[in-house]
Structures are given as structure tokens and as C-alpha cells.
Design a protein around this ligand. Structure first.
Ligand code: GLN
Length: 281
């Protein structure tokens, strides 16, 4: 199907899609229900139904709908997650948080983990899939997001390890709904300053929920509230791992230190941007 792959890649590149060949392989693999390698080797014509699906995908992609939102799934850490316009698409940078969490959690005993703003569930569910002893509580203000997270829990086979709480951190009754104290809190909250939302890439601002992006005037509103709620929830010695936006690491660390936690380290992403702040109670 090399000819078809080339044709799709060319069409995508003419619409200024960044990685046309990579996406062409992904699209064809989705249409044919075959792995990307198999698709490249296969020599056959597409059926009418497959051609129609392919054309529909290309039409949407040319209009710059993100590929993962068209196909309904995105790879993150070791797994494929269901995504929709109700959740922030998992980003590769967030995998750092998962790796750091795994290295901090003891693997030989039960651990309680809370995820504030769970969205697709990609962080929490990746952790639970790593160790059957670990238990999670996923908090999200969006019932639609939790619906996706639940589907992902089933997909990864970790439903028995997780409970969902449809509340925001500004809700006064959240603390009493959580089973605490907990060993670890993880969060990738909305952190884009409101005035910067307009300058985000169209594929982000038009297809990721605003609710998952907007961090208020200085981008730090959610961290301030999460700090207030988190400090009392953590066990002595428990950790909190936060994803942060560009230039926010120091300010976020200060907010959590003022709430009584102790800074442990800040980890940079592949682009050398300080991306994950880790503190301890
Ligand atoms: N990393 C996302 C972006 O820059 C923002 C995610 C968030 O606000 N937590 O598009």
C-alpha cells in the first residue's frame, strides 16, 4: 500500500500537517485494522467502506482536527487511551510525571493515589496498571471527562483499583468525599494564563476543553486551591507531583511550600522546560 501511503502523506502535507508520513501510516492502520508495519507491507485495494472511512478522516484532518480526536485514541506512556473533545489529549511531556511517580512509590505495598483533574485518566490509570497493589481516586469536575476515564480504566483492566469523584477542588465537600490520608497526589491542572489561550495552536484551543486549559489570570489559580486541599490529605512523607507550564515551576513550588510542603525536585521535559514539580509532606 506504499502508493496509497504516499498519496495520503502528500495530501496531508499540502494542508500543512507537520508529520504527514507518520500520520498517513497511523490513518491507514486505523482504516485497515492492521498494525502500521503490516499496512506498509500489505498490497491490496481498499474496500468501498474502507475508502469512505479514509476519505472522511482525511477531510477532517485537512480541516486541522487533531488526529487523535478524529481516531478517538492517543498513545500515552505504555498504553492507548480513548480520547474525545471532552478531555485534554494526553501529551508526551506528561509521561515524565508518570515515570517519576513510579520511581517514588514502593512497589511491594498498597499505596493510595489521588489524581486532581484526571481527564482521560492517563496519569492515574498508567500508575494503577503498573502495580495491582496501588489504589486510585480520580477527581474531575467534568462528568463527561470521567465517563471517558471510566472507559479507559476498563480498557486497561484496572476498574477494581479506582474510584471516581465528580467534584472540583473549589467544592467545599471534596475533602470528606476522599478516602484519606493518601500516599501520593498527582495533578496536571489547567495552567494556561487566560490571556494566552487565544494564542494557543488552533488544534489545542479548538479541540481540547477550555476547562482543562484555563488557569485564570496568571495561570496559577488552580495550584493555589490544590495546595490548600492537598496538604491536609497527604500522609507525613507523602508526595505531590505537579505538571506546570513554562516559567511556572518556581512559583508553583513556592505556593506549595507556603501550604506546608517541602520541595524535593523539579524535572525538565525533553525540550528542557521545567515541567514537573515534586514536593513532600
Ligand atoms: N500542556 C497543555 C498545552 O500547553 C496545557 C495543559 C494544561 O493546562 N494542563 O497545550
Amino acid at each position: 500500500m506504499n502508493q496509497l501511503l504516499n498519496k495520503i502523506a502528500l495530501t496531508l502535507s499540502q494542508s500543512q500537517i507537520d508529520l504527514p508520513r507518520l500520520e498517513a501510516r497511523r490513518i491507514l492502520s486505523f482504516v485497515c485494522h492492521k498494525s502500521e508495519d503490516e499496512v506498509a507491507l500489505q498490497e491490496r485495494e481498499l474496500s468501498m467502506a474502507e475508502t469512505q472511512i479514509l476519505e472522511d478522516i482525511i477531510r477532517q484532518r485537512k480541516a486541522h482536527k487533531p488526529l487523535d480526536k478524529i481516531l478517538g485514541s492517543k498513545g500515552f506512556y505504555k498504553y492507548d487511551f480513548i480520547v474525545s473533545e471532552d478531555v485534554l489529549s494526553p501529551r508526551p511531556d506528561t509521561e515524565i510525571l508518570v515515570e517519576e511517580a513510579i520511581s517514588l512509590l514502593p512497589s511491594d505495598k498498597p499505596q493510595k493515589i489521588v489524581d486532581f483533574g484526571t481527564g482521560s485518566g492517563c496519569i492515574l490509570l498508567s500508575l494503577l496498571a503498573e502495580n495491582k497493589l496501588w489504589q486510585g481516586q480520580g477527581v474531575d469536575i467534568s462528568a463527561k471527562a470521567l465517563n471517558i476515564a471510566k472507559q479507559n480504566a476498563a480498557l486497561l483492566g484496572v476498574e477494581q483499583q479506582v474510584r471516581w469523584i465528580n467534584k472540583g477542588w473549589f467544592d467545599a465537600d471534596l475533602p470528606q468525599l476522599l478516602d484519606s490520608p493518601v500516599d501520593m497526589i498527582v495533578s496536571n491542572p489547567p495552567y494556561i494564563p487566560s490571556q494566552d489561550i487565544q494564542s494557543l495552536d488552533d488544534e489545542v484551543k479548538n479541540y481540547d476543553p477550555l476547562l482543562a486549559l484555563d488557569g485564570g489570570e496568571d495561570g496559577l489559580n488552580h495550584y493555589r486551591q490544590i495546595a490548600q486541599v492537598s496538604a491536609p490529605l497527604l500522609k507525613e512523607g507523602g508526595f505531590i507531583l505537579l505538571e506546570v507550564g513554562i516559567h511556572q515551576a518556581q512559583m508553583v513550588a513556592d505556593i506549595f511550600c507556603q501550604a506546608g510542603l517541602h520541595w524535593v525536585k523539579t524535572v525538565s521535559d525533553l525540550g528542557q522546560i521545567a515541567r514537573c514539580v515534586i514536593l513532600k509532606k
